[in-house]
Ligand binder design. Sequence first.
Ligand code: B4P
Length: 190
Amino acid sequence: MLNLVLFGPPGAGKGTQADFLIEKFKLIHLSTGDLLRNEIAAKTELGIEAKRLMDKGFLASDSIVISMIKSKLQENFDANGFIFDGFPRTVEQATALDHLLEEKGTPVSGMLCLCVEKEELINRILHRGKTSGRSDDHDVSIIENRIRIYNEKTKPLTEFYAAQNKFYKIDGMGSVEDIANRLIETISSL
Ligand code: B4P
């Protein structure tokens, strides 16, 4: 099985690139951002709680996100593999993912980290905000908070995966197609 963690700051292009990779490698796409937005749209208790945090640029709670991923892994027991997009975002989530995959007898194959300059991240998210309807895509101070939280809580995961020899840095600047080709080259060598 091929289990990829697609990693990077907000707006790095994780969701954009996941669309290419699921097609190319026939993987199941698990985006915790999308799963949370589905809960928000359905106005579930979990969604209402997550919206309160996401609107300000904070992370949803580990327990909510981990239980969502757990049930998706159970639903897709016969998959070729998974792309984890936007998950894990904390050391707690990464540890939980290792345990969940251990139970399935299939580890994380690699963590692909998209590197993009801060100014470009903000421009991409503001641009998306014109059409996304996402309340966390409009305000520069909220976007900067998301980047700050990424640097504090999520970026340390690069060390977590480097310690397992699973960390791959990918240049996330340039055209969507060029970035997809860089990712495909790295994944093909795993
Ligand atoms: P996500 O949904 O994961 O959103 P993201 O980080 O903004 O997006 P991504 O990197 O996928 O960017 P995209 O491809 O869309 O998270 C949203 C929120 O949900 C988080 O802030 C958090 O609150 C919560 N959450 C999610 N997962 C969580 C977890 N595990 N734990 C706790 N909380 C969690 O690209 C952005 C834009 O750039 C798009 O408009 C795209 O078209 C454009 N773009 C992409 N590539 C480009 C390129 N090469 N050139 C120009 N533009 C490009």
